[in-house]
Ligand binder design. Sequence first.
Ligand SMILES: [Zn+2]
Length: 280
Amino acid sequence: MQNIHSHVWNQDEHFTPQMIAEAQIARGGEPVDLTVRFDALMQDVEPFEKVVIFGLKARLSGVWVPDEYVAALAAQDDKLYGFASCDPTQPDYVEELHDALEDLGLCGLKMGPIYAGFDPRDPRCDVAYRYCEDHGLPIVFHTGTTFNQAAPLGVSRPWLFDEVAIRHPELRMVLAHVGHPFSGECLAVIRKHPHVYADISAIFYRPWQFYNTMILAQEYGVTHKLLFGTDYPFARGQESIDGLRHVNAVIGTATLPRVSEEVIEGILTRDAFALLGIAE
Ligand SMILES: [Zn+2]
């Protein structure tokens, strides 16, 4: 099993107090300690052979995890693959990104348009897209809603990535959380573009939405484009696996369509690293 969406950060160093306070509504009021401790992370990733870890850079929302921090953690265990992050609204972002991808051994990129307040079609992003496309590096985008008051929902919509994929057909992209709650839009985008995928991280704990998203993916025939991720520390590894295996529990004995066993195990066994071209 692989996990292509796990976070590393320290809330006291990398978040503003407002961001920490707002994050507490991420899981419906369950308190979340955002600080990821290395031992706890390694325990959480026990079920997985390969794990992508990243922070996030988004000045607007008060998150800034340096690439060096991610690289240092990734260097501590062979199963961890670190991704850089960038905020294209910041003037020196291109230089920082080149340093991260060329000198720190990071093997992909994480971007959060809603957190940083930019449209994914913004021309300022083109340098990052072109670089990743030319070097075969995947980009994981946060898509769909979030808890921050300042984060503009307008730039969270999955359909915006259709234009990015048309302009950059070889760029490997992952639209995180199947664009929750705009999963229909997200599935429409991944269906069109051979190199655009979605990850199912952090949806299982909204069981009705998760079930409907999976059924919709099945009806559109795009379940082969769904990748497994957890969004740790917002969701844990084993509970995410269990949540997927129990996706049909929400309908009980009702005569409704079911997510097939084949689809569920397909997601859990998919070689996402190969599909995204993540280098060893
Ligand atoms: Zn995330």
